[in-house]
Design a protein. Sequence first.
Length: 271
Amino acid sequence: MTITSLAIAFLLATGIVLPAYKLKLLTRDGAVAAVLIGAIIHACAPWYGTLCLLFFFGSSGYLSRNRKKGLPASIVDDVVAKGDKRDAAQVLANGGVAALCAVMIIVSKGNPVWDAALLGAIAAAMTDTWSTEIGRTYGTNPVDWFTRKPVLAGTSGGITMAGIYGSFAGAISLAILAWMSITKWQVASPVSFAVIFGGLLGATADTMLGSTLQELRRCAVCSTTTEKKFHCGKRTRMYRGIKGFNNDVVNFACSLTGAVTAGLIIKFVLG
């Protein structure tokens, strides 16, 4: 990696992120974080790392915009702490692990374990996003993963059959893209296998943590369970979970689980 290649990576990342910012998919600081992560992955990882990142970014943006048409925003806005614009914390939570894995590819001089970990991190974030957005748009009667009690659409830890199908679709789609992109077939097949497992286990970890440890609050006026600190003009009360263990922490754990899972599978398979 040279200064020139890094500069080109930043220019390419800026060109890709700018339209997303214009479409109001990112806040200003979210766009800066996205450029940083995109540039690092493009500069340090093989080209298929950038391709998979673009697929995740583009498909997630499309599903988010499509969900706006299918589900009234007010339903989700009652529950989630942040809106549809991803800020820097959300971008780093979803892409920070992948960027670190890309750096480790350079440090380890191309160890395929880190290649797999990179793709596993992206797969976990994408699988979780597809599950969430498809579940919100097409899912009915969401229930909490742990208690199996009905919850509002958008509640962390909530599951629907549509969301489950969405998670499998996300993991398999990225695995197919990885398989088609990696030229060494001896590596492509096990990496694709690792991507599927990394994506699904990462998304499962996200759901489990969202249902148990994530901070959840309750409105003192209308009793709505929400991530928001204020609701109906009043400060909400702690209802469940660990204080400060918000959705960004859950998303970081999701991508980390995907990276570790995929990396360990390739280490075991390739020795």
